[in-house]
Design a protein around this ligand. Structure first.
Ligand SMILES: Cc1cc2nc3c(=O)[nH]c(=O)nc-3n(C[C@H](O)[C@H](O)[C@H](O)COP(=O)(O)OP(=O)(O)OC[C@H]3O[C@@H](n4cnc5c(N)ncnc54)[C@H](O)[C@@H]3O)c2cc1C
Length: 1003
């Protein structure tokens, strides 16, 4: 398959440019004439009147929103219920779930305002259920009462019925055949009624998923084609496909694989659509996949076998800042190939996800606009561009916004060569009115097809998107908002470029002010990834010589650190914080250097290495900022008049910091900078497997202004660490590593005479995740695979023991194993690798032995493959009969699974508590009551709900556990620095010199 990069220049545009620059360009576009504006007002007003005029105006969704607004507890509960209920197989969990959600709202007193069938049925079912569940009753008690009164099955049936009704409203059919039959019923050819069918589902996580989605697209194309009859080409039905459904690793870092495996699949489907004269549209998905999607689209579109077909196309999102550039790129492609292409202009369905991802990734800006009016403004600018590119491009305007529709209608004129699009179940009244007014305008309905179980996640996205109070549909549904307000043009709202960015949404860098967030890299931005890779590649081998210290040298380091304490402990907090901030800035600049080191010495993948450098940067800035807060000023305390009382924190002395190989930069830097910030000097002893990273980190800290006398590096193995700990003059130990070594440090410290010094130990854990039947399998698969296998399972926080409710266990385990099978094990320097080698041969031998034992005693769900040479360990998944078969932390890519009965959750919690560890815990459930009771019951240090359980962020998820997992306080948390300091109070009798002047002059 030819790589499109060789045929056409690849798409390239700044990923997240400044909003104001774009606004300046958009605001400078020629204004419409007064006549045009007046016509837009009049068309939009008629459309709004249509949707407000009749019950069920927009087509049901708005009625739902009116009834159960998302800003109410009922609305939110309804949404969560819709998303999960139908996939819960067992009655007990379904009942707990229903009760949990209904208990959150006031459904019983909800009087329906609307007579629409959909809302009535929902309100009836929900009201019925809610009336029998009184707020304040305990789950167990309530369940008993309900069962007695009307029987829980009746409640369950009614609620499920309401959910089904909603499903029925938004899905054209559960199978393509039923959808086609329903479409035929609606068919009125003179209305130019067109369909684009969309097979519902989440993105593929496994090869089997991808194959299943392929088959379902292929079957749908055949069925749609057969039913199309002899309609005119432009009226023929089409299909919309999602690239994420066709490949389990459709991500930027897996580009080579995606190109070689995904392109042939899409091409195959496109050829089938061409043969049947259908349209074929590739949906727009997340921003980080945009460049990859355009590569795939370019390769497919360029294939000569599609020549002579006008039906191929794609969707473009106007909320993305790169939308205009995408249109130019697609147009150039079509020109070169001398083909027509269809382009569906949407605003975009993943806005909240995009904002969150950019924040998590620490990007310089957002790839999407942050003000709704900017999205609307860009939509119209893109519409103008597209209309001008007719007929090379056939534009399709997908929106339910009356003002956007009216503006496009005005700009389009009567020349044709475009169509509107709407979602099935929405926008009926609007488009019916448009058709009455402009009969020549065609409208295509995007019609989801699939089982209701698959639909509901889709439905929730639609409800969220349209229920948000910025959404046109939600505003239109609110009769108190005057029509004139809905007619305000986006350029009136924005007015000047400096108002283009939403001031309430700080840039990712500014999220944690006063400290600056660490800068990350977006791998979906090819230019950024290429630059980083080139910079990593250009790094020279480290110069530092690693000299293992002798016991005498270790003792000298302690003596020097003690001497250095006299100076360092007297520096101001500001001086120390400034040095740490300088270190953070240098580290950020030297990210490629440290990534290269982390890869060569620690076998880190690029993703892990970037995260690690960021964590180290965050530690420096966080402790600097905390240090300023805690150490800069004495804290005044209350007391009697004539006396001043203050509390001061000061350094303890020379601290020993012993760090592990699994985070050779981040944990090392975290320990050292915290000790320094608290006014201590430090003797740092890194793991013997990763000495070079430590050497460069220490050199960097010295360069940033930490005096040599304050920070001393002592290289060596456990024996040197033990010698440091045993030294009589150290002021404390900060340790991260195994529980056994922590115990031995504790004994050594206890055995010494002299001052009793503190030990802060962070150790491991047998970390568990609990997944109940309400969890979304795809989300679980993503989070489990990430938590168990990322960093080859060599994180203290990694998931070791997965508890899955037995009713859903088969499906969950199959999906997790299938997703894990897609992980690439290999050279960590290859960006496509997800699992590099384990740290050394010793670790590999230990893990291999565990695998061999498990193969004998447990059920094997996955025995992955890994290169034979090198310290590779393939991912494995074993099912245990009971949790107590796992007695120790297994530090590698090995996941253990245990099934549990819903009624036995308490036993699961007991077994987790009984392990004695308490580091991280994952929970996947939609039942708040379950989540709360687990959190209440277990004192685990870091609990993650409905997400992965690794990658704690400094200052956001302070990290560390209790029991066998560590002493606390948490690293990167507010209690860490005080633990490294001594406290001193100073009391001054201010009345001593001749009386209490302050008091006597009060009156
Ligand atoms: C036929 C059809 C096909 C579709 N296909 C796709 C697709 O392939 N991919 C896809 O992503 N979406 C798709 N969508 C959904 C579409 O992107 C819109 O989300 C949806 O139609 C709402 O847009 P609107 O013009 O109707 O509503 P409006 O209420 O006018 O606009 C909502 C838009 O504004 C954005 N927005 C909200 N707040 C802000 C803010 N603060 N800053 C910036 N923007 C903000 C929202 O994210 C949303 O995109 C499709 C929609 C239709 C009708």
């Amino acid at each position: 398959m030819p790589d499109p990069a060789n045929l056409f220049p690849p798409f390239s545009a700044p990923y997240s440019p400044d909003d104001s620059e774009i606004a300046a360009t958009l605001l400078a576009l020629p204004a419409l004439t007064t006549e045009q504006s007046a016509r837009i007002d009049s068309t939009a007003t008629r459309l709004i009147e249509a949707v407000r005029g009749e019950e069920g105006g927009f087509g049901g969704l708005e009625d739902m929103l009116r009834e159960f607004s998302l800003s109410t507890k009922e609305g939110l509960a309804l949404m969560v219920m819709a998303e999960a209920l139908l996939r819960v197989p067992d009655a007990a969990t379904a009942d707990r779930f229903i009760e949990d959600k209904l208990g959150q709202g006031d459904f019983a007193h909800h009087r329906t305002k609307s007579s629409a069938l959909l809302v009535n049925a929902s309100a009836w079912a929900l009201g019925l259920s809610a009336r029998v569940i009184q707020p304040g009753e305990t789950p167990q008690g309530t369940l008993g009462l309900i069962a007695k009164r009307i029987g829980l099955p009746a409640v369950r049936t009614a609620t499920r019925q309401a959910m089904r009704l909603m499903g029925n409203h938004f899905v054209l059919g559960e199978t393509i055949e039923s959808a086609l039959a329903r479409a035929a019923d609606h068919d009125e050819p003179h209305h130019h009624h067109r369909y684009s069918f969309d097979m519902l589902g989440e993105g593929a996580r496994t090869a089997d998923d991808a194959a299943r989605y392929f088959e379902s697209y292929a079957a749908a194309i055949a069925a749609i084609g057969a039913a199309a009859g002899d309609r005119k080409p432009e009226d023929r039905p089409g299909i919309s496909i999602k690239l994420s459904a066709l490949h389990p690793r459709y991500d930027a870092l897996s580009r080579t694989r995606a190109m070689s495996e995904l392109v042939p699949r899409v091409l195959d489907l496109a050829r089938r659509a061409k043969a049947l004269g259908m349209t074929f549209t590739i949906d727009a998905e997340e921003a980080d996949r945009l460049e990859l999607s355009l590569d795939v689209i370019g390769a497919v579109f360029a294939d000569p076998s599609l020549h002579g077909w006008d039906g191929f196309g794609l969707a473009v999102q106007a909320y993305q800042k790169r939308a205009g550039a995408v249109i130019d790129h697609v147009h150039a492609l079509a020109e070169r190939l001398d083909r027509r292409i269809t382009l569906r202009l949407v605003k975009g369905a993943y806005w909240d996800t995009e904002i969150k991802r950019a924040q998590e990734r620490g990007l310089d800006g957002y790839p999407v606009f942050t003000r709704k009016a900017m999205t609307d403004l860009n939509y119209i600018a893109c519409a103008r561009k597209l209309l001008a590119l007719r007929p090379r491009i056939f534009p399709q305007f997908a929106t339910h916004n009356a003002l956007s529709v009216a503006t496009v209608a005005e700009l389009a004129g009567d020349g044709g060569g475009f169509e509107f699009q709407r979602l099935h179940g929405m926008g009926d009244a609007l488009y019916t009115r448009l058709h009455e007014d402009k009969p020549s305008f065609a409208c295509r309905t995007y019609a989801p097809v699939g089982s209701h179980r698959d639909l509901l996640a889709y439905l929730v996205r639609r409800l969220l998107e349209n229920g948000a109070n910025s959404s046109f549909v939600a505003l239109a549904a609110d009769d108190s908002i005057p029509v004139a307000a809905l007619l305000e043009r986006p350029q009136q709202t924005i007015r000047t470029p400096d108002r283009a960015h939403n001031p309430r949404l700080p840039l990712p860098r500014d999220m944690y002010l006063p400290r600056i967030n660490s800068r990350g890299v977006e791998f979906g931005d090819r230019a950024a990834l290429d630059d980083l890779r080139a910079a990593i590649h250009g790094q020279s081998a480290p110069q530092a010589q690693v000299r293992t210290a002798t016991t005498e040298q270790a003792a000298i380091a302690v003596a020097l650190a003690r001497t250095g304490f006299a100076f360092w402990s007297r520096t101001t907090a500001d001086t120390r914080a400034n040095a740490l901030e300088r270190a953070a800035n240098i580290l950020e600049r030297r990210m490629p250097r440290f990534i290269a080191l982390l890869q060569s010495e620690g076998s880190k993948t690029i993703d892990d290495a970037v995260s690690e450098v960021r964590e180290a940067v965050d530690f420096c800035r966080y402790y600097a900022s905390e240090g300023r807060r805690l150490f800069a000023h004495d804290q005044p305390l209350p007391g009697p008049t004539g006396e001043s009382n203050t509390l001061r924190l000061r350094g303890r002395g020379a601290m020993v910091a012993i760090s592990p190989w699994n985070f050779p930069l981040a944990i090392f830097t975290g320990q050292v900078t915290a000790c320094l910030m608290a006014g201590n000097t430090v003797i740092a002893k890194p793991a013997e497997q990763t000495p070079l990273i430590a050497a460069e980190a220490v050199a960097l800290l010295h360069e940033a202004g930490i005096p040599d006398s304050a920070l001393h590096l002592v290289q060596g193995d456990g024996a040197i660490g033990a010698a440091l700990v045993a030294h009589p003059e150290i002021a404390g130990v900060v340790f991260t590593g195994s529980t056994d070594v922590a115990r031995s440090i504790n004994r050594t410290l206890a055995a010494k005479d002299g001052p009793i010094v503190p030990l802060i130990a962070e150790t491991g854990g047998i970390n568990a995740m609990i997944v109940d039947a309400t969890a979304l399998p795809e989300q679980v698969a993503d989070d489990v695979v990430m938590s168990a296998f990322r960093s080859a399972g060599q994180r203290c926080s990694a998931l070791r023991l997965l508890f899955v409710q037995e009713d859903v266990a088969d499906r969950m385990i199959e999906m997790i194993a299938g997703a894990a099978r897609e992980l690439k094990v290999g050279d960590p320097c290859d960006p496509a690798t997800q699992i590099g080698p384990v740290i050394d041969a010793e670790a590999r031998t230990r893990l291999d032995a565990h695998i061999a034992r498990m193969r004998e005693t447990a059920r094997v769900h996955l025995a992955g493959e890994a290169p034979a040479s090198g310290n590779f360990v393939a991912p494995h998944i074993f099912e245990l009969a009971s949790a107590d078969q796992l007695t120790e932390e297994v530090f590698g890519p090995i996941l253990h699974v245990v099934r549990y009965k819903a009624a036995d959750l308490e036993r699961v919690l007991q077994s987790i508590a009984a392990s004695g560890y308490g580091l991280t815990l994952g929970i996947h459930s939609r039942i708040d009551d379950t989540i709360e009771s687990i959190v209440e019951r277990l004192a685990t240090g870091n609990i993650y709900v409905n997400r992965n359980m690794i990658g704690a962020v400094v200052g956001v998820q302070p990290f560390g556990g209790h029991g066998l997992s560590g002493t606390g306080p948490k690293a990167g948390g507010p209690h860490y620095l005080p633990r490294l300091a001594t406290e001193q109070t100073v009391t001054i009798n201010t009345a001593a010199a001749g009386g209490n002047v302050g008091l006597m002059t009060e009156e």
